[in-house]
Design a protein around this ligand. Structure first.
Ligand code: MOS
Length: 755
């Protein structure tokens, strides 16, 4: 009798393929007569290309085409409607206009990747240069759109009789005010963006590319190429990291596909690592201002959080990158959040892991640490004193919230009680050491309009299909686990099929929502296919139950029982001559109304700071997360570890310097843009509470069905590790040194001069 795999430590089913190099990523696919493209990018941020010299490139070995705007025959068009929200708002290689430094201005197609690259290096351009707008302090500004949770970008809640947030702050016993500046950060996914486009005729194309929202990506491609949406088949089987960089349809895939159509051969385009820094998005640079007003014992009276981030001119839709935890995290009678965007001539930016909450979390949770010091209240106790049981912006309760338990369990695991609250009070040789903590919160949005199919086969295996992509998170394994649980059969009898837009439309791998969007669909499709199995059993020739009533049958663990007989589904299907039966999930409604949905967590961190060099090193880290039902304990832990590493990078290492005069992202290589390596990361202690959230994802039906439902109640965990973890590091740096750094990353130079 199979135990349900839900909640166990399950190896990812594609793990062996990946570590042996057998998994095919987008750049690994081949096609007969494959040609290779390479992009040439702009060296100005705003203006026009006035001319190209392409003679040397044309004369270079193996070159088939050199495409330059505006005189090239590539057929590319505008995106509209929903697809426009997931694409840039200019048509690549269509006009002479340059919108940002590092934009594609020409493309070489050649017989080999090396020939294309070498010829691309020979293309030169002349420009008519204009002064770019590059700083978030620049005008004009526009209000940001709503946050991913649906929360508005500007919101004021005031207690009765209070006129303004400033008045609420002025009336508070203790006020903490802080300004934060953060430079551009990058996703730095391991797999470079790569695309292979292969046409049948000139109106049907198969595209291999990494995409987080395959359906939107394919729709955008169809619009860009001017062909019907069903004529684009997007295959995205294995992806080496998304983090938001594969949400948008950037310029690379449309250009490769258009070049392939024009050439009449398949074309592959792989971006260089340097090109990824300007062509595939980044986290906005921003300024934030947080003001907290509280009583002498630390009870909040007012929270104000304002920010200014980027609105690149090429993006019609961007994130609201700051306050989206300040409008939800703490109980406060007076609340003001406001997000503005500065319209800038810089590379396109959109989402990056915890797009609103990671920057906002650093600011809010740093300010909370300052409030703890100002009031003399322990940081954990301060957060418990301001614990919200309803959302401060909507007054709705949470569907499930155990953040208080995260604080208590985390403090216990970490050994928080032994802490010295006095900054710079612990020294070990040349190292000052200290501890800090912070809170994590991330919205759990369930999106609708997606589907899963479950097929029962006559060999007693089942296929679970959905067009979602697995970014490396373990999504494919989640599909197999929930399928095995729903059907009550071992995982080895489940074949998950994902990553292809010719499958049923899969839930997006964004906003930490893929698991809780997909699992209920798997359960529902399994329930439907079990009902269909019973229908087949009572109607088809060859079935021992032909003519019986379906309600006499019971499905359990892959076997149909009833009227004194039992048969596996495979035997029954074979007996009636059916190779397999397939059913799709029913449309899934919104979650039960009247609740807000978030995941939560508490981070605890120890750092050591070298007294002589100012180098900060994270030496211990504990995260306790409240993420609903845990489907795969192993992959879930990996997601949280990865998120925390993102936060450590944010706190200590990561920034790209945007040169204000030129609009150039100055350190756009992995040699100059520092990300954490193994030696920077200690063993990270992760604990998940494993408390299901059925108000978000189920229960389905009336509970009398024969389908397994243990995988319901999950909530997102891809981004929660990233939120607040940078603040925990910064707060620990302060505890170690007495130095408060508001402008990340906390590099040695910022500490050195004060040590
Ligand atoms: Mo995410 S930043 O929704 O990929």
């Amino acid at each position: 009798m199979p135990r349900s795999p839900v909640g166990r430590e399950t190896d990812r089913i594609d793990g062996r393929l990946k570590v042996t190099g057998a998994a095919e990523y987008s750049g690994d696919y081949r096609a007969p007569r494959l040609a290779h493209a390479h992009l040439v990018t702009s060296t100005i941020a705003r203006g026009k290309v006035t001319g190209f010299d392409t003679a040397a490139a044309f004369a270079s070995p193996g070159v088939l085409r050199v495409h330059t705007a505006p005189d090239n025959p590539l057929r590319l068009y505008e995106t509209t409607g929903q697809a426009a929200a997931f694409a840039e708002n200019y048509i690549p290689l269509k006009s002479e206009a340059v919108h940002f430094h590092g934009q594609a201005i020409a493309m070489v197609v050649a017989e080999t990747p090396e020939q294309a690259r070498d010829a691309a290096a020979l293309v030169t351009a002349t420009y008519d240069v204009q002064q770019p707008r590059t700083s978030v302090t620049d005008e004009p500004r526009v209000p940001a759109g709503p946050a991913i949770s649906g929360a508005p970008s500007s919101l004021t809640v005031l207690a009765p009789g209070v006129e303004t947030i400033d008045a609420a702050l002025a009336a508070s016993d203790v006020v903490v005010e802080a300004e934060f500046r953060q430079n551009v950060q990058h996703h730095a996914a391991m797999e470079p963006h790569a695309v292979l486009a292969d046409w049948e005729g000139d109106d049907r194309v198969t595209v291999h590319a990494g995409a987080q929202i395959p359906a939107a990506y394919a729709l955008g491609m169809a619009q860009r190429l001017g062909i019907p949406a069903p004529n684009v088949r997007l295959i995205t089987k294995h992806v080496g990291g998304g983090f938001g960089a594969r949400v948008v349809l950037w310029s690379d895939a449309p250009l490769a596909a258009a070049a392939a159509r024009e050439l009449g051969r398949p074309v592959r385009l792989v971006l260089t690592r340097e090109q990824m820094f300007t062509l595939t998005g980044h986290r906005s640079h921003l300024t934030q201002s947080v003001r907290l007003g509280a009583s002498r014992d630390g009870v909040l009276n007012a929270v104000s959080h304002r920010s200014v981030a980027e609105r690149p001119t090429t993006m019609s839709f961007t994130m609201t990158p700051a306050h989206s935890m300040s409008d939800a995290l703490y109980r406060t009678p007076n609340l003001h959040v406001d997000a503005q965007l500065a319209v800038l001539d810089i590379p396109g930016s959109r989402a990056m892991r915890g797009p609103n909450e990671a920057p906002g979390g650093f600011a809010l949770e740093t300010a909370m640490d300052e409030l703890a010091i100002a009031t003399g209240v322990d940081p954990v106790e301060l957060r418990l004193r301001n614990y919200a049981t309803t959302s401060p912006s909507t007054n709705l309760p949470w569907s499930s919230k155990h953040l208080d338990e995260c604080y208590r369990v985390g403090a216990e695991r970490f050994g928080w009680s032994g802490r010295s609250a006095t900054p710079r009070s612990r020294v070990d040789g040349q190292w000052l050491y200290g501890t800090g903590m912070a809170t994590a919160i991330y919205p759990a949005a369930r999106r609708e309009g997606f589907a899963v199919e479950v097929q029962l086969r006559d060999d007693d295996t089942a296929v679970v299909s959905t067009g979602a992509s697995d970014l490396g998170t373990g999504g494919r394994t989640v599909v197999a686990i929930s399928g095995a649980d729903a059907l009550g059969i071992p995982m080895k009898r489940i074949t998950p099929k994902i990553g292809d837009t010719y499958l049923p439309p899969g839930a997006p791998a964004v906003g930490s929502s893929n698991t809780h969007a997909t699992v209920p669909l798997v359960v529902d499709a399994a329930r439907n296919v079990i009902a269909e199995l019973k229908r087949v059993a009572v109607t088809e020739n060859g079935s021992p139950w032909q003519g019986a009533d379906a309600s006499d049958l019971r499905y359990e663990r892959g076997i149909l029982h009833g009227l004194g007989r039992s048969m596996t589904f495979g035997r029954l299907l074979a007996a009636v001559g059916s190779p397999g039966i397939t059913m799709r999930s029913s449309p899934m409604g919104a979650p039960i109304p009247g609740y807000v949905h978030h995941s939560f967590g508490a981070h605890f961190c120890e750092v050591r700071v070298n007294r002589f060099t100012g180098e900060a090193r994270v030496t211990r880290f504990t995260t306790v997360a409240d993420v609903g039902r845990v489907i795969n304990a192993k992959a879930a832990r990996s997601q949280l570890v990865g998120g925390v590493i993102f936060g450590i990078g944010h706190a200590l290492l990561e920034e790209n310097h945007l040169e204000l005069a030129t609009g150039r992202l100055a350190n756009s290589t992995l040699a100059d843009y520092l990300v954490p390596v193994h030696a920077d990361i200690p063993d990270i202690d992760i604990h998940m509470l494993d408390r299901p959230d059925p108000l978000l994802t189920g229960p389905l039906g009336d509970g009398s069905e024969d389908v397994g439902t243990q995988s319901l109640g999950a909530r997102g965990l891809g981004e929660i590790g990233t939120v607040g973890s940078a603040a925990a590091v910064g707060n620990a740096v302060h505890n170690a040194t007495g130095i408060r750094v508001h402008d990340t990353p906390i590099t040695p130079d910022k500490l050195f001069e004060h040590l």
